[in-house]
Design a protein around this ligand. Sequence first.
Ligand code: PLP
Length: 361
Amino acid sequence: MTVYNFSAGPAVLPKPVLEKAQAELVNYQGSEMSVMEMSHRSSLYDQIIKDAEQLLRELMAIPDNYKVLFLQGGASLQFSMIPLNLAVGKKALYVNTGAWAKKAISAAKAVAGVDVEVIASSEDQNFTYIPEITKEMIDQDAAYVHITTNETIGGIAFQTIPDVGDVPIVADMSSNILANDYNVEDFGLIYAGAQKNIGPSGVTVVIIREDLLNEEPIFSPMLDFAVQAANDSLYNTPPTYAIYIAKLVFEWLKELGGTQEILKQDRDKAQLLYDAIDASQLFKSPVNQADRSITNIPFITGDEALDKKFNQEALAQGFQNLKGHRSVGGMRASLYNAFPKEGVEALVAFMKKFEEENGER
Ligand SMILES: *Cc1c(COP(=O)(O)O)cnc(C)c1O
């Protein structure tokens, strides 16, 4: 049976990447060692981490005045590390768009000396839309404005990046990094846990504008962006193997034609599913049409028992991890870069069949 993995994260990786990793697993480029066994200070490994950075710079067109860091602790550690580095003694502005934004907000509130203000929220409508942000809403003395570009659970995404004046935008891009047409220059800091659209869990990418690196050291060198940047992410042992896989994914993306090409494919895949949802009498998208995510697509029947039946039958057909997040129920298809179009076509066909069998009640 063909298995299609709709997991929101850790998520599907490109088959050619896994095959390359397999081919290189026990003997990396004639070294008679696995990448897992190598010193992070060896010249072979140095090339891997440098290539990873360089490829990501190319794919995202990252300007030279930004540092690229490969850190640990997931996107969740960034929820604390960012206010700790950027906003102590200052105001930090947050946009509350859903489950992940909420976590970022509560973590920031726990950092002593940070004055957290939520400037906009879509909680009034169960996070089904992206609230409007205007320059007038932004205190120009704030350290940053934090947004979650794509809410992985709710399935909404910023289609464009708001103009907030001179205050840097800090973005949690975990679930739509490398699947968007944003400009890096519009952000002061971008962060993303790798396990959604980059590689395996264990590495977190941080892209930070150099002027935002703190001058005063903070209490922990591991939590200090300036220390991590000065050491090129090698202050301590980085997640070496996860970075290596990320490098292979970046190579795969570049070969495929880069970010514009994959974005075309992502939009195409998402459109297939949204068209099926919109044409259906049974399935509905719970979110505002203009704010729809292309990487995480929730859908529901409106009947919990029927959702459950759908999920059970889908699973039996090889559609894995389609069940919606435990906090919202229903279904969710995560269609990251590595997810094949055939999987969406198969899902759409399955949905049609399910509707024929269960639609008239
Ligand atoms: C998954 C996710 C996180 C949490 O990532 P971890 O790496 O598990 O800490 C944070 N934000 C968003 C938008 C996510 O999708």
